[in-house]
Ligand binder design. Structure first.
Ligand code: NAP
Length: 523
């Protein structure tokens, strides 16, 4: 596909008029053509007005129409073929195999949401039939369903140029909910964004939908992103990125005359608890799995294990020795952008300069641009508890801090001191660590979105039971998930219909149940 550098505003290709953005190949430092000019306020306004208009017809599409649309997007993405893989790999520095896997995840996610839409459970239809003879007061006929909030602004993530970008999880769940989407493309991968944006637009045309169901705009977050979130037609925001970026969007959304929800997934260090029994059983194997998870994708996953916690013992020493050995031989890996590379080096240096931190091992070094040299650091539980915010900061990349506790009880104190996290992992031997595991699970439930046993946090399954969320700063709203089918609820709200005659009720709530969806009915 020939890239044009245009934004896709409804059915029109529109070239921006503000600051130029060019992707950089992070492996070489070279700029990639074409240039993408940023949108103006008027162009953002145009996309928002189209989305507002499209909302009326799009939210009334049948379940089948909407499901077919999601499937059509998946087909159009596959039809982009190798061009997409090549461009996404050039713009992100991620190997082609990883991008192919991510494409599979992206289309799988779209198809999964199509099946969710068809099944109709998300409408959560509830019917409390009238009880005219109830004493002392009769009861009205009351029915509930979920409807979409309105147009959604999506900020593509740098670290998933397909699965969490233009047609990624936020877009798929918003479209499934019946919300038009305007994507602010990530400045690191505009070419990939244009390609996928064209695939979504082709699906809009193929399915005969209003052109405003989808737009893609480019520009800086501070200009275009802020203008988008400030626009009165936008009713919710999906974001994955830095804590500073997420907080800025939350502030803007809250300051609007009509505040709106921002679902921002921001920062997490994903602690791994090394139970004494588990280390006794096989410290070396656990260390190898831990380092493999740490190194995956140059550590640029929101679920990267940035913290390991164990009790000072010969078994923890064995874990450390094996982890050090795996880290020192690890090659460098290209990071996503020069900015992310710089943030990694700066964040790591700050930790390294802390007198309470010891550097246990560094990976191999390289002169190539934007390389992540992995790092394994160590501190004591006392030092961590003294400055849990300073030492518990996210360093986005392959860096992890091991905390040595003097007692198992200190693991609970560390848990209390942690900020909100996406995940916590327990490496445990159930027959030996029982009491500690029970206490930790009870404490961790209040801190994280997902607790896992004897695995590693990277690799987030897209399924019904997944929670990719957690208390602040992991996300801006701990009641939600951005991965898995429950992500649809972020963009819905309930409406009750009281004593509305059957003929005027939405189809989902009519007596005949024309959608044939599951409903909760009380006589
Ligand atoms: P980012 O700087 O937060 O940018 C993400 C998106 O938000 C971009 O489109 C950006 O626009 C926009 N944005 C940033 N600040 C904004 C503001 N004040 N107002 C409106 N929009 C704004 O994240 P990134 O570029 O992907 O990576 C930078 C850092 O984020 C990483 O080093 C890492 O620490 C963190 N990160 C974390 C995760 C995670 O899952 N935990 C994932 C990715 C990144 P521009 O086009 O102007 O950049």
């Amino acid at each position: 596909m020939k890239l044009t550098g245009s934004m896709l505003i409804g059915a029109n290709d529109i070239v921006g008029m503000t600051k130029e953005i060019k992707a950089i190949n992070p492996a070489t430092g070279e700029f990639l053509e074409p240039a993408y000019l940023g949108g103006t306020k008027a162009q953002v306004e145009q996309a928002c007005e189209l989305a507002r208009t499209a909302f009326h017809s799009y939210r009334e599409t049948s379940l089948e129409q909407r499901a077919s649309f999601l499937e059509q997007i998946a087909e159009q993405i596959m039809a982009l073929g190798d061009d997409l893989i090549t461009r996404a790999s050039l713009e992100s520095g991620l190997p082609k195999g990883r991008i192919e896997g991510e494409r599979g995840r992206t289309v799988g996610q779209l198809r999964l949401f199509a099946s969710v839409v068809r099944a109709g459970r998300w409408i959560d239809a509830r019917i409390d039939h009238a009880q005219p003879d109830r004493k002392p007061m009769p009861r009205s006929d009351i029915r509930l369903r979920y409807i979409p909030l309105g147009p959604v602004a999506v900020f593509g993530a740098s670290n998933f140029p397909l699965a969490f970008s233009v047609a990624g999880g936020d877009t798929a769940s918003a479209l499934a909910a019946g919300a038009p989407v305007i994507v602010k493309g990530h400045s690191a991968h505009p070419g990939t964004s244009e390609m996928v944006g064209r695939a979504v637009r082709a699906a809009v045309v193929e399915c005969g939908l209003h052109e405003g169901v989808f737009s893609l705009i480019f520009g800086t977050g501070r200009d275009v992103g802020q203008a988008l979130v400030s626009h009165p037609s936008i009713k919710a925001v999906g974001f994955t990125g830095s804590r500073a970026g997420g907080l800025a969007l939350m502030k803007t959304a809250a300051a609007r005359p009509e505040p709106i929800p921002v679902y921002a997934e921001m920062s997490s260090i994903n602690p791994v608890f090394l139970m004494p029994g588990a280390l006794k059983a096989d410290a070396e194997k656990i260390a190898q799995g831990f380092v493999a998870s740490l190194l995956m994708g140059a550590g640029q996953f929101c679920t990267n294990p940035g913290l390991a916690i164990g009790v000072d013992s010969p078994e923890l020493d064995a874990f450390i020795k094996a982890a050090e050995a795996a880290v020192v031989v690890s090659p460098t890996a290209t990071m996503l952008t020069p900015g992310i590379h710089k943030a990694y080096e700066t964040g790591l240096n700050q930790l390294v300069l802390n007198p309470d931190i010891t550097v246990l091992a560094r990976g191999k070094d390289s002169d190539a641009p934007n390389q992540c040299q992995s790092a394994l650091l160590c501190t004591s539980a006392e030092a961590f508890l003294k400055d849990s915010h300073g030492l518990g900061v996210e360093v986005f990349g392959s860096s992890s801090l091991i905390i040595k506790c003097t007692t198992a009880q200190q693991m609970l104190a560390i848990t209390e001191a942690l900020e909100g996290q996406l995940t916590a992992t327990l490496q445990m031997a159930p027959d030996q660590d029982e009491d500690l595991v029970l206490s930790l699970i009870a404490a961790l439930e209040l801190k994280v979105g997902r607790i896992l046993a004897n695995g590693y946090p990277t690799g987030v399954e897209v399924c019904d039971a997944m929670v990719h969320g957690g208390p602040f700063p992991a996300t801006s709203d701990s009641r939600s998930t951005s991965v898995g089918t429950a992500a649809i609820y972020r963009f819905l709200r309930p409406v009750s219909y009281q004593d509305i005659p059957d003929v005027f009720l939405p189809a989902a709530l009519q007596n005949a149940n024309p959608f044939a969806i599951p409903r909760l009915e009380n006589a």
